[in-house]
Design a protein around this ligand. Structure first.
Ligand code: DQA
Length: 142
């Protein structure tokens, strides 16, 4: 099984950005944690991070016939991007939306998620562990 782990805007700044909200661990340590988890489960994980909406769309499109699942945290594009929603719909690959923070208990604008409409599940407010839960969910084939 092959899963794409996609992170959007500002997630490369983990460890630096608002540690009270996102913690003090880096993006590199997030990748390492997911990589180890996938290795143990015999899952192939491919990682991608970009701050650019169109690049995220291109990468999601590359999942077509190429990935069995997508775990995605689009960052702020969650709340704005119809293009990212449409890309997930276009490829038809089972997708789980992840947020490190609990988006539903923050500002009002964070309660809107376009991508959610195309996702099998949303995991929010579980910190880095949410990505592992998302991988497990996809691995169970739910
Ligand atoms: C985030 C929540 C978003 O509202 C925010 O714009 C992010 C990170 C999270 O992981 O909690 O960049 O997706």
């Amino acid at each position: 099984m092959k899963i794409f782990i996609i992170n959007g805007a500002n997630l490369n700044m983990l460890g630096i950005r608002e540690p009270d909200i996102y913690g003090n661990k880096t993006y590199a340590s997030l990748v390492e944690m997911i990589r180890e988890h996938c290795l143990k489960k015999g899952i192939e994980a491919e990682f991608y991070q970009s701050n650019h909406e169109g690049d995220l769309v291109d990468y999601i499109q590359s999942a077509y016939k190429n990935a069995d699942g997508i775990v995605i945290n689009p960052g702020a594009y969650t709340h704005t991007s119809v293009a990212i929603l449409d890309a997930v719909k276009a490829v038809g690959v089972p997708t789980v939306e992840v947020h490190i923070s609990d988006v539903d208990s923050r500002e009002e604008f964070r309660k809107t998620s376009y991508i959610r409409l195309a996702c099998k599940k949303t995991i929010s407010g579980r910190g880095f562990a949410g990505y592992l839960d998302a991988v497990d969910f996809l691995a169970e084939g739910k």
